[in-house]
Design a protein around this ligand. Structure first.
Ligand SMILES: Cc1cc2nc3c(=O)[nH]c(=O)nc-3n(C[C@H](O)[C@H](O)[C@H](O)COP(=O)(O)OP(=O)(O)OC[C@H]3O[C@@H](n4cnc5c(N)ncnc54)[C@H](O)[C@@H]3O)c2cc1C
Length: 139
């Protein structure tokens, strides 16, 4: 029998990942996923996405988490530009720690977040990446 793995590209398999970096429609287009992938690579994380993102074809379907996608329970789930609709939360609310980056302070995801950053992902992500790189270099 052939084993089929839900592998997140070249990186860590999403279903087994201890850290997941996930992004949604707030990223505006597939051409903006570079920083999402870079942060995931620094953290040794898998990448994931919201359903509309995979429906539009910005990301592969195996990255879609939520009610109709994969359920994940990582130690750390970082949600970037994802509103936090109940159908998305259904697949991620077993995560130990949830960090949300969203420019809308009223985004529902903040209610489920352990840590939240209100701001434009295009400004916040480079700073998070710089911090993660500095931390990785210091170890
Ligand atoms: C039956 C059913 C099943 C579903 N199953 C799923 C499922 O399994 N998984 C799933 O994810 N969805 C599912 N959905 C869809 C779900 O209801 C939401 O529509 C979807 O999760 C929204 O995706 P999103 O947050 O990426 O996009 P949006 O709702 O468009 O939210 C984008 C977010 O990005 C923020 N944003 C915009 N620009 C920026 C910026 N520059 N910086 C930071 N933040 C920014 C906005 O403030 C907003 O909160 C399902 C729906 C139905 C009806």
């Amino acid at each position: 029998m052939r084993e089929v793995r839900e592998d997140a590209g070249e990186g860590v398999p999403l279903a087994e990942a201890e850290i997941v970096v996930s992004a949604g429609r707030g990223m505006k287009g597939p051409e903006h996923w570079g920083p999402v992938e870079e942060l995931a690579a620094i953290l040794g994380a898998a990448t994931a996405c919201s359903r509309p993102v995979s429906d539009i074809g910005w990301r592969p379907h195996h990255e879609h988490v939520g009610q109709t996608g994969l359920t994940v329970r990582p130690n750390l789930y970082i949600a970037i530009g994802i509103s936090g609709a109940i159908q998305h939360l259904a697949g991620v609310n077993g995560s130990k720690t949830i960090v949300v980056i969203n420019k809308d302070p009223e985004a529902p995801f903040f209610k489920a977040a352990d840590y939240g950053i209100v701001g434009d992902a295009f400004e916040i992500l480079p700073r998070v990446i710089a911090g993660a790189k500095a931390f990785a270099a210091s170890r």
